[in-house]
Unconditional design. Sequence first.
Length: 466
Amino acid sequence: MHDHFDHDSLRILQSALEKLESGFENLPNSSAGGASLNKPAQVSRDQQAFESIITQVAARMQNNYPYFHPLYAGQMLKPPHPIARTAYALAMYLNPNNHALDGSRASSPMEKECVEQIAGMFGWSSHLGHLTSGGTMANLEALWVAGQLHPGKKIIASELSHYTHKRISGVLGLEYEPVPCDVAGRMNVPALRERMKRGDVGTVVATVGTTGIGSIDPVHELLELQKEFEFRIQADAAYGGYFTLAENLKPEARRSFDALANVDSIVIDPHKHGLQPYGCGCVLFRDPAVGRFYKHDSPYTYFTSDDLHLGEISLECSRAGASAVALWATMELFPLEPGGAFAKMLEAGRRAALKLHERISSDNRFVPAFAPELDIVVWAVRAKSVSESSLLARRIFDEAAMRDLHLALATLPVKFFKFTHADVQIDQESVICLRSVLMKPEHLAWVDEIWNRLNAATETVLRVKE
């Protein structure tokens, strides 16, 4: 029998649970008068129902792609580290709420420590920030503050930025406008400079690792542009932010990451590369004074301590304290330091992506895009036309899944691919291409197997076509 899932952490959880419980031994037995939510009464029928339902859950959860396995190389789905799962489960016995300190006496300080370390990863010694329920909420807070500072002015992002920015702008009542990308999927700064001359832009979103292809906007160039025009720079590093620790980036990407020290706000998602369960995002502001926009009163919430309650600097109210506990435990095991074990994981994913890209580039059945900047690979299928290429990509995607290789599909501009060099007729402006996110460190050891299955799937599809 395969051992795909970690079981050892269950033993550790049992021991830790006993330790946690010992801290409350002075309390009277809460189930003395019958059943309680925390410890059901020992009634055989209830136990049988409990087990039956959980068994049904396990059976239904089998209807999933194997997100945990290296052969799942499609979307950006990465299992949390066992220490994160274990710490989260342990915290859930108390279910702390990291809004006010009386609901999170232990987990709020842990969150503050985590956020301080994340800010330090970007070179910030002074900041305001907190965890969120995900990147969308983190970006909403960053753009909300931007709107407070530049009311009525537009939000600008690249055409490859996450769709959430347009949606968030609509929610906030701010106008949104995309600008073009260059042939490598990065924001076109000359086009942005021309757009700035109209004087109605308040914030530019720099995407540091687009979720589609992993491209990195030139943050250092945006900072130079900021000297000419007054606007904020919000760095959406939800996907790529942790790669600032990696030591195998291209020089241009390294310059963008190093420039993050000077942007106005940063969003990063620990539930992507940070080994955390969903949902765990983080928003950071370089100027702590923006906390004034969060100021609000509560008739009952903020009176148990004179220390800062996280709800006083957050748009969200109730938030899972377990997320902070899981992140704290993970960062204790894997400190955020260049050359450390965590950084090596990121570097392994990038090496895997470069290795797969090299195999694809040397095969004349494919038309590769540019070399990966992070750990995402995209490529098209050589065909007589772009429309036929799109059709073949869909078929290879399905055929690969039949071989337990799970890729993804993406619709991207044809300018990202050298179709004219491959004598492909350009009969439409975008192409459906294949996409692989190699974000698990195990992917590096599995690139050859991924290639073998991709090769077999491609051979089958093209043979049927002929």
